[in-house]
Write a protein that binds this ligand. Sequence first.
Ligand code: ZN
Length: 187
Amino acid sequence: MDKPAIILVDMLNDFVTGTLKIERGKTVIAPLQRLVTAARLNDVPVIYSNDAHYPQDVEVTRKWGNHAIKGTKGAEVIPELKPEEGKDYIVEKRTYSGFYETGLDPLLRSLYKGEGAKTVVIGGLHTHMCVRHTAADAFFRGYHIVIAQDGVEAFTKEDQDHGLKYLENVYNAKIMMVNDIIKEIVK
Ligand code: ZN
């Protein structure tokens, strides 16, 4: 895997235990814990792509209501996946894509001593929405895309299955189990 960076999308209290929680969301926690642990041990950068909304954001006013409001408990990463201070990166976003008007792209380009990350390994919530839009923007910018199959989830099984198919068909994403991703990033 060429110069990977892990991107964890919206693993926040509001999506796992709060206002927009889904039971299916909990299943990704253990695999993602294994993934970030292995990444940190092997100097693979871990980036948290986190909703941090203002109440006037379109996503809040027109679609989902209050969720992950900047500065609230709901907008914090779940305790099980707490970022490692001084090592991991946190990039806030205000809509589905982790790239849209954020510093994610310049961050990715600055990694690996300025050579830039080449592959984004995406996990988190939800497969058919924020993961999909983040993958789209990664594709437009020329990154290779790996999706952690057991590290992403969606509202329903249909959303999950269709979401994964779409990522594979449209962005040429490689769909891999976390254990197989770990095998490739361990040096
Ligand atoms: Zn949001």
